[in-house]
Design a protein around this ligand. Sequence first.
Ligand code: KG4
Ligand code: ZN
Length: 325
Amino acid sequence: MILSIESSCDDSSIAITEIATKKLLFHQKISQEQQHAHYGGVVPELASRLHAEALPRILEQCRPYFAQLKAVAVTSEPGLSVTLIEGVTMAKALCMALQIPLIGVNHLKGHIYSLFIERESCFPLTVLLVSGGHTQLIEAKSLDEMEVVASTMDDSFGESFDKAAKMMQLGYPGGPIIESLARSGDAKRYSLPLPLKQHSSIAFSYSGLKNAVRLLIDSADQEEYPHIAASFQSAATEHLIHQLKRYFKKHPPKTFAIVGGASANLHLRNRVTEVLTPYKAELLLTPLFYCSDNAAMIGRIAVELYLCQRFTPINSLHVSPRSKL
Ligand code: KG4
Ligand code: ZN
């Protein structure tokens, strides 16, 4: 079995995955959303302290598995340095105490493997990764061959939902709040600019849209918020769709996936499904429960890394806020 730890942002999570069957045996996650809601976003120092409390509490429940552990895996990049260090330090201590190897995991690859928590992995894949920190289009050929073919020039898709919610003082995280508010709104009420319409290469940008939403909110009554939320969600999604359509013209998709916290958005899922229909492409989706940060996805990729004996010497595993796939 492998014990995996995730602490790259505001979720403290530990999982146990069986190596032979790749099955998830134990999974727990303690979210810090409520503690950060007050500030309208994640406060790194607070997040770090909350991980230091939550991770040992979850680990205590894993004691019965300790004797059967063959390795410990941990997210080491990308993420907030002060929160990553909590998981990495715990992982190193466990490896030393239990005399088992350490596996450093890239969080973004972890999100891609969230697709395979309940199934066998399959490649090649074209992946749209939409989270709080990233908006990337990735060509994933295998565990080792993953290439970012487009990414955001400023804010990420998920972050733009967080900022829109913050501007309307609706709380954090903004994604689920905006999505549910948008259900009672009219998406055609306001027309918002489509970002990077004339841009030559394929890329994403959300800062212009954020400013347009700010201007709308400044001049609107609260009764208009559902319509603003719906118009914003539609514009944010149509930007992704527009760039995907352009990309697909040159690279017709065969198997396409959406991963990351914001891939839980049903409007986005529906729009991508429509765009894929003419290509008869298969759409892979992460079970809703595993879209946001969790240790189950870290455990799932760690099994593959374990099977190729890809261990990280304890002294050379460092945390990094950024990463290359
Ligand atoms: O992957 P994740 O849990 O953390 C990062 O790795 O960043 O993603 C969190 C992000 C937040 O920005 C959150 O607002 C967004 O995903 N999100 C959503 C939805 N659920 C979560 N965005 C849009 N619609 C949703 N339903
Ligand atoms: Zn994430």
